[in-house]
Design a protein around this ligand. Structure first.
Ligand SMILES: [Cu+2]
Length: 316
């Protein structure tokens, strides 16, 4: 049998760096800058009109930092990514027989019913692969019942709270929402406008717990921080999942490029507040996308095409 091809470069994260004097964290790494940013923008970059654009810039900036500042020469890895070998993103969490199903609740001030999702086949600490000792420093902000990880006592989740990563990967959520066999993915590509596309992608809290391919990918990883909407970028698998979300959007745009990347002001795009609570105006192409300490700002308009403006990449 021929040798399995392996990737040329294991994924590595940047080392700790000097702290700018007005940085909000006492012990940040460059990696933590991305997590702080996502925490600070959770409520204005999800269930909002900028969801795809904000995450496109976020993951693009992350991958650029990996390549230009950390010496990484590859791309986001492709499967297998969870087999625990040296070129993977680490394995599943160790099997925890006592972990309950995931209870998903809404952020404070937002209406909607909580729902439960089936658990995976891990639940404990990641013990294999290059990220076996990856530390989550921030959060948790979400309730993670059963994981034995109390909420960060600092309400904004930015207090230094180091702990090892847990994952609860499993087939149930993935097969229902996020892998190639589910109708959600083909339905997504047939959506006629960006708002319908986004609503199916993100799912929602008022539709019987249908979480869409975006929530499906996140809750397939699950655990700590994977099951925490705010802190999820602290698991390196976040960037692969969102890379694929960006790829799906790119495919959808390619079906009608004139209307979906050029004639942009017709929208409609969603509102600027989470699920339009409190009621707010619609997002426009001139709205700024801010990613805090992670990188410079951009605009909605600049994020509409991966091959013009500040971006230059395509998916195979
Ligand atoms: Cu996000």
């Amino acid at each position: 049998m021929p040798d399995e091809p392996t990737r040329p470069y294991p994924v590595k994260l940047c080392t700790w760096r000097e702290i700018p004097s007005n940085h909000p964290l006492s012990a940040p790494s460059q990696y933590d800058d991305f997590i702080v940013t996502h925490i600070n923008h959770t409520l204005d970059a999800h269930y909002t009109g900028n969801f795809q654009m904000w995450h496109r810039w976020f993951i693009y900036t992350y991958e650029t930092a990996l390549r230009e500042e950390c010496g990484y020469k590859g791309y986001q890895p492709t499967p297998p990514i969870f087999n625990g070998d040296p070129y993977s993103l680490g394995g599943n969490g160790a099997w925890d027989p006592d972990l309950p199903a995931s209870l998903i609740t809404l952020p404070e001030g937002v209406t909607g019913d909580p729902f439960t999702l089936p658990r995976g086949v891990g639940g404990g600490y990641v013990t294999t692969g290059p990220f076996a000792n990856l530390t989550v420093n921030l959060g948790p902000i979400a309730d993670l019942p059963g994981l034995g990880v109390p909420k960060n006592p600092q309400a904004d989740g930015l207090g230094y709270n180091p702990r090892r990563v847990k994952r609860d990967l499993g087939p149930a959520i993935n097969k229902r929402y996020a892998n190639y066999t589910t109708v959600f993915v083909t339905d997504l590509l047939s959506k006629p406008n960006i708002t319908e596309y986004r609503l199916l992608l993100e799912g929602g809290f008022n539709n019987g717990g249908e979480i869409g391919p975006h929530g499906g990918g996140h809750y397939t990883i699950n655990g700590d921080p994977g099951g925490d909407l705010w802190v999820s970028p602290a698991d390196v698998a976040f960037y692969v999942h969102h890379g694929n979300m960006d790829r799906m959007w790119t495919l959808w745009q390619a079906i009608d490029p004139v209307n979906r990347t050029v004639l942009l002001d017709d929208g409609p795009y969603g509102h600027i507040t989470w699920n339009n609570e409190p009621p707010s105006r619609l997002m426009t192409m001139d709205d700024v996308i801010n990613i805090g300490w992670a990188g410079p700002p951009t605009t909605m308009r600049e994020m509409m095409s991966t091959t013009s403006g500040p971006l230059c990449y395509f998916y195979k």
